[in-house]
Design a protein around this ligand. Sequence first.
Ligand SMILES: [Zn+2]
Length: 419
Amino acid sequence: MQLEKLSIGIGDRFSHQGEAQLRAIMKANEKGLSISPVWNKSNREHQLVHTVPTDVRQEADAAVKALGFKGKYFVDADHINMTTVAPFVDCSDFFTLDVAAFIGKESSPEAIGSFVTSCYKYMGELQVPGLDHTMHVTEAVLEKIAHKFLAATSQAAEIYKFLVEKKGAGNFITEVSMDEVETPQTPIDMLFILKMLADKGVPAQTIAPKFTGRFNKGVDYRGDLKQFAKEFEEDVLVIDFAVKEFGLPKELKLSIHSGSDKFSIYPIMAEVIKKHDKGLHLKTAGTTWLEEVIGLAKAGGEALELAKDIYIESLGRKEELCGPYADVIDIDMSKLPTPAEVQASRQISDASPAPSIDEGDLVRLTHRVRRGDTLSGIARAYRTSVSAIRSWNKLRSTRLMPGDRLTIYASRSASAGDR
Ligand SMILES: [Zn+2]
């Protein structure tokens, strides 16, 4: 079983978008590409929205049937481990073995020693074809890498063996993921991780390392684009070398877990894989629904009320909902509006954000609009401007309704003894 050279992992948290997503891939394929769709959903996502792995298989089969898609497609048991894999076994044919939790776990001195010994031929200045520098491989470097990754790769082997017993070798695709960790793996780490996987007989077809920068949910890539481009290209070259050197599947390619659309790095990845004629698995998450919530909020009326309910409900469960995503979410709680502020807002727009208030002299106030109040009158009273009040409150018009609450940043002197 083999992926096309290009494949896209489709995340769909609520299983409503399968057809639309497949249609997009079919449109790309009409233009001469040959992308394999792979529906993916992790155990934690199933738990959060109360779905089961077979739901994803049904969604994928139904979308493929409805649109008459003729290519290969797959269902990915995303980020599984030994304790969560069981319910995915029958309905999945792609397994992402998440061994991040085993990075840095103790391995026996014998295992470490024999790994280091097996790498003697690579010691010294190792030239990976295409790299503009050599890798400095010493016994100390190898020992360090073994301490860090041997247990994780052993764990991958254990899950792989379990799957072979259940499904038979060759009947599923294997991905190994280490992306949800804090520290990126360097190209030299990657090289020897691949050797460990080859030694242990794990025929990975995709591998998901952690890259430099943040792959947070719902926002673009945050990090140094030049550094990302360099690491990405080095990993592509290292994989090419590892495939030939260690006998891994020749279709082995990088898997990028995007978290959500990462438009700033897509062109970089496209350039590198074209340059070296390599494949890529782009695994998108199920965060498309967040865009739909933005659409609801912008639509106003009943839709906005629904978006508000979602926000307020989620805020109350923040720890529970964000906990499992600690490495891929950065939320500055101080910038989030309170439930009361959200409840009171009449529109949410993507107009200019409120100015950042860092002058110690300013205080944040709420002004309750009374009959007869005008924006210019309020601005005068708080010694600020109409446009500032409109921007803080994202007001599209200057009309006020009695009872409206306005957020105002006023200087302490202006607010002293205010109403
Ligand atoms: Zn991931």
